[in-house]
Design a protein around this ligand. Structure first.
Ligand code: NAP
Length: 283
């Protein structure tokens, strides 16, 4: 009697760099029949990686490089669990998936929503946020507008690579919080704090008070790890300049939760896709 060959595990490329990406990797590690490769850009000096799967680090060389990688590594499915603002990687993943036929899912956590008491100024991009900061005048303690030209004290939580956008602003004083020290052209009046979330409301409130912050600038990253600053800003009556997310590539299915992403993967048809097809062709 011949024993049927056990099907090779399906190989999944998981584009990570987020808490959701790590949690998905851990969830999938418990699934039989999946071989997960977790991919990072290599931006952070000491990255947090899931303990349970293979990790690769570094760019692919654009959409064509990623398509080559999908073919060479016989990837059967891809999940784009990058940060909602990692738009280049998401565009490349969509293009490479279209070129190779590898199924692609986007995992994007929900954005933040304004609540009563919030004073958010939504802007469509980081340059628009920088423009608003340039024109921003802090309110006086009595709630009325301050003197035009008065120097605001601004808390920047956009990430170190975005600080260059504020580099030509000489009037505001900036407090920036980053995981690694920023490099390149930086604003002249800048203090940097190195820290990695999660942050809590008490700590964020103390930070905003201690530095007499007039406004907070943040990307609409969503999630709980860094949301405490929004509660602290609301409690202190501070405006938040909120940068809207870039749109995701059209036509790519999107889920907002780790469980839904795991379900999409395990529910994929078992017939050969890219990797299996390549195996059959070469046999
Ligand atoms: P990006 O602008 O969309 O990507 C720039 C380039 O970095 C990509 O073209 C790709 O290089 C490479 N890359 C990005 N993510 C990658 C991944 N997971 N694996 C392999 N290569 C990757 O991205 P970004 O905004 O610089 O973010 C870089 C990484 O940091 C992402 O993984 C993201 O999840 C994480 N992150 C970003 C933010 C943010 O605010 N943007 C916040 C937290 C974490 P090639 O073109 O050479 O393939």
């Amino acid at each position: 009697m011949t024993v049927p060959a056990r099907p090779a595990p399906r190989r999944v490329l998981l584009l990570g760099g987020t808490g959701e990406g790590r949690r998905l990797a851990v969830t999938l590690a418990a699934e039989a029949g999946l071989d997960i490769v977790y991919s990072l850009a290599g931006r952070v000096r000491d990255p947090q990686v899931p303990p349970s799967c293979r990790v690769r680090i570094g760019g692919f060389g654009g959409p064509a490089g990623l398509a080559d990688h999908l073919r060479a590594e016989r990837i059967d499915a891809m999940v784009d669990a990058t940060h909602p603002f990692a738009a280049r990687m998401s565009a490349a993943a969509a293009a490479a998936a279209a070129a190779t036929g590898v199924p692609l899912l986007i995992l994007n956590r929900p954005g933040w929503h304004e609540r009563p008491g919030d004073d958010w100024r939504r802007v469509p991009s980081l340059p628009a946020a920088a423009d608003l900061v340039d024109r921003f005048t802090p309110a006086r303690p009595d709630g009325n507008d301050g003197e035009p030209g008065q120097a605001p004290r601004v808390f920047l939580t956009t990430g170190r690579t975005d600080l260059a956008l504020f580099a030509d602003q000489h009037r505001p004083w900036f407090l920036a919080r980053c995981v690694d020290p920023p490099t390149g052209t930086l604003p002249p009046r800048l203090t940097v704090i190195l820290a990695r979330g999660p942050f809590d409301v008490a700590g964020e409130t103390e930070l905003l008070r201690r530095h007499a912050i007039d406004a907070v600038v943040t990307k609409d990253s969503g999630g709980t790890m860094t949301a405490a600053k929004l509660t602290a800003a609301r409690d202190l009556g501070l405006p938040v300049i909120m940068v809207d997310r870039p749109s995701t590539p059209p036509g790519v299915p999107l889920v907002t939760g780790v469980e839904a992403a795991a379900h999409w993967l395990t529910a994929l048809p078992t017939e050969p896709t890219n990797g299996f097809a390549a195996l059959l062709e070469s046999s």
